[in-house]
Design a protein around this ligand. Sequence first.
Ligand code: GTP
Ligand code: MG
Length: 213
Amino acid sequence: MELTENESVAAAAYAEKLFCQPCVFVKGVVDVTGLPGDGVAEVAFAGRSNVGKSSLLNALIGRTSLARTSNTPGRTRELNYFLLGEALHIVDMPGYGYARAPKTLVRGWNQLLQDYLRGRVELKRVFLLIDSRHGIKENDRPTMTLMDKAAVSYQLVLTKIDKLKPSEVGPAIAAATEGIKKHGAAYPEVIATSAEKKTGIEELRRAVGRAIG
Ligand code: GTP
Ligand code: MG
């Protein structure tokens, strides 16, 4: 979706104001009964285990380690709520598709993800993170389909583009864009990011601003 010049200047200014506010950890939620009931709008970061959700959240809010990250998949085990300013929750979600996690844990996480994604009116947009080296995988599809069915607006974000050659970034974006064509609830633009090099962070901030604005 093309923005006019005025609209994009306004979006940039709004995002800048939004993200200069302090951000604090609120709580970890293990089942839907624990979800905040204060009506604050939220955006969430979802994706396969180890794709870089917590790292990108830190880059987004300009902090190094507010959300805990790890080399070991399965680091984030709860829906972790962060409050930016007074009017936005940012939710760091547990990853899916971690083959070596204990089955009982996996069942619990999947249930939580499903319950959360199906029925959360506060949820304005999900940023679905995809490792830019691997593209959309089969185990991303159930989450995408679930969000299509529940009409949850979501946007694909490629992560770790510092691991690609510059010439590989365009084709990775094109492949991801192609991969969401049949998904009704997916936002048509794909954002390419690196939490490590802080690439695409402004674009992501503007997308968050647009999602709640
Ligand atoms: P779970 O909570 O386990 O689902 O993982 P996650 O998706 O939150 O991933 P996390 O942010 O913990 O990062 C996983 C690994 O990827 C860590 O070793 C990070 O340092 C690394 N990583 C994250 N973002 C980037 C990036 O932009 N570039 C590079 N090169 N590595 C990254
Ligand atoms: Mg994490």
